[in-house]
Design a protein around this ligand. Structure first.
Ligand code: UTP
Length: 290
């Protein structure tokens, strides 16, 4: 029987060292791309994929994240009083339905695998999505929606992948591919952060996953890997020989690494260029910098 993906885990416990000092007092997931923080972009993507329950694995700056998805009574009352209905709608849009958003705390930043494992009791025994909010994807169909559609056909595990320049494989979990039709790759192995010469391919995982709950048992006994952290990829390897298929989807869209300054700048520009109210003025401004 097919089990739908109803829950999404958002690991937001990282230190965000690449973005200091901006991330000293606020989590990097609260950095805005245009007028929305990264975490809101990610939650909206999950909603567009039919996900009902949001699980945040926080570390610090928890208050700002929680507040963003809650009522702000004073602000809302003031906006109402001043007749600012568009602003009021923008402020209330991120609100989650009561009981549909939960938080757990990763007490030490021991890595992405550890962060996902911290959500095990909130996820329970069902398939779930993982979205890393610092990976922002611009495309016609939201990336996770594309993945859920693939999952409806394949079940098992699905990760979003893209080809990266070979010299960059050390930044990613990289696929060892059994077969590949140009859109879907069947995975036979995974390597975390391989050196370019050791990488089995250039097809690399970005921050979107649909996983089976068996991954939690594997995470439980995953030792620290690359960078001294508990790596999600190391636990995913153990899912490959299980009963269920494991696929990489070359999603349609452009991905921006917003945990990196240049990636974040590019995302702001690309998202603004996609907005008719901003694009003409931005184009004129950029022309001055040629
Ligand atoms: P990154 O690799 O970007 O690490 O994490 P980071 O610590 O957030 O940022 P830098 O590299 O120091 O600048 C990828 C994702 O995994 C989460 C992060 O919040 C981010 O969404 N993460 C990472 C955790 O939740 N906990 C961790 O221990 C590590």
């Amino acid at each position: 029987m097919k089990r739908p993906v109803r829950k999404a885990v958002f690991p937001v416990g990282g230190l965000g060292t690449r973005f200091l000092p901006a991330t000293k007092a606020i989590p990097k997931e609260m950095l805005p791309v245009l007028d929305k923080p990264l975490i809101q972009h990610a939650v909206e993507e999950a909603r567009a994929a039919g996900i009902e329950e949001m699980i945040f694995v926080t570390g610090r700056g928890k208050a700002a994240l929680e507040d963003h998805f809650d009522h702000s009574f004073e602000l809302e009352a003031t906006l109402k009083e001043r007749g600012k209905s568009a602003e009021l709608a923008a402020v209330t849009a991120p609100m989650a339905k009561a009981g549909r958003i939960s938080y757990t705390r990763q007490q030490q930043p021991l890595g992405l695998g550890h962060a996902v494992w911290c959500a095990r009791n909130l996820v329970g025994d069902e398939p779930f999505a993982v979205l890393l909010p610092d990976d922002l994807i611009l495309g016609e169909v939201p990336c996770l929606r594309q993945m859920v559609d693939v999952y409806a056909e394949t079940e098992g595990n699905v990760v979003a992948v893209m080809d990266v320049p070979r010299e960059q494989t050390q930044r990613y979990g990289v696929l060892d591919v059994a077969s590949d039709d140009g859109r879907l790759a069947t995975v036979r192995g995974l390597v975390e952060k391989p050196k370019p010469e050791a990488a089995p391919s250039t097809l690399s995982i970005i921050g979107r996953y649909i996983l089976q709950p068996e991954v939690f048992a594997h995470l439980e006994c995953t030792p620290r890997g690359a960078g001294g952290e508990i790596q999600l990829t190391d636990a995913l390897v153990k899912l490959i020989d299980g009963d269920r298929p494991f696929h990489g989807l070359r999603f349609a869209g452009r991905r921006f690494d917003c945990g990196d300054k240049l990636g974040w700048l590019e995302a702001n520009l690309a998202f603004a260029m996609a907005r008719p109210d901003l694009a003409p003025a931005l184009r004129r401004f950029l022309a001055e910098y040629r």
